[in-house]
Design a protein around this ligand. Structure first.
Ligand code: CA
Length: 227
């Protein structure tokens, strides 16, 4: 389980990292709002512990942007004792839980365990091929440790290819089932090819193995190993 801790107080960040590592979590600590923002968008985490008062981009801004982009990673916010308004705004903005500073580390660990139990979708709501994984609940697409930044259409396309893993998918099928166009047309074929090229770039660049293959004159297939 990977946890991102966004906390600018050096001492507290160290204490939290040590406590989480002792519980065998893989921990990344970001010390500024900007660093937290970029890591939360570029990498896949199972949970984020987010301080609200941060230099640069504050915690609420980070949270609101994540949720606007449909990233549903559980977020636990840390707020100051007098920050009732922040707490309310935080929960309204999509935080899953909060703790008021100062808090006991044991309490934080208990809350994290509870959120992770709640947040993990059943296996059937995830699609996998090698180190590529799609979470249909959070709409996360992950290749290895890398969170893929996909558009809504790209996600749908990848989901379709994964559901037909190892089987040929024709442009006709994509037009009908992903674009919902009953009739096949040349302009649409071109759009499909462009979208596949973009998707392939995001999925297969910098990855160990190519997953999306073109079969000339027929269509596409997603699978491990050459078709
Ligand atoms: Ca702070």
């Amino acid at each position: 389980m990977r946890v991102l801790v966004v906390e600018d107080e050096r001492k507290l960040g160290q204490v939290l990292a040590a406590a989480l590592q002792a519980e065998h979590y893989d921990v990344v600590v970001a010390r500024t709002g900007d660093e937290g923002f970029f890591r939360a968008h570029a990498e896949a985490f199972d949970l984020i512990v987010l301080d609200l008062m941060l230099p640069g981009r504050n915690g609420l801004e980070i949270l609101q942007t994540l949720r606007r982009r449909h990233l549903h990673t559980p977020v636990l916010i840390l707020t100051a004792r007098d920050g009732l308004e922040d707490r309310v705004t935080g929960l309204d903005s999509g935080a899953d839980d909060y703790l008021v500073k100062p808090f006991a580390v044991a309490e934080l660990l208990a809350r994290i365990r509870a959120l992770l139990r709640r947040g993990r979708p059943p296996e059937s709501l995830r699609l996998k091929a090698g180190d590529l994984e799609l979470d249909l609940v959070t709409r996360h697409a992950v290749r290895g440790d890398r969170l893929l930044d996909l558009t809504v259409r790209e996600f749908e396309l990848l989901e379709y290819l994964l559901r037909h893993q190892g089987h040929m998918v024709s442009r006709e099928m994509l037009a009908r089932d992903v674009w919902r166009e009953p009739r096949r047309a040349t302009p649409l074929d071109n759009v499909i090819d462009v979208q596949i090229a973009r998707l392939r770039k995001k999925v297969d660049t910098d990855a160990g193995e190519r997953l999306i293959h073109t079969v000339r004159g027929v269509g596409f297939v997603l699978q491990q190993g050459e078709p």
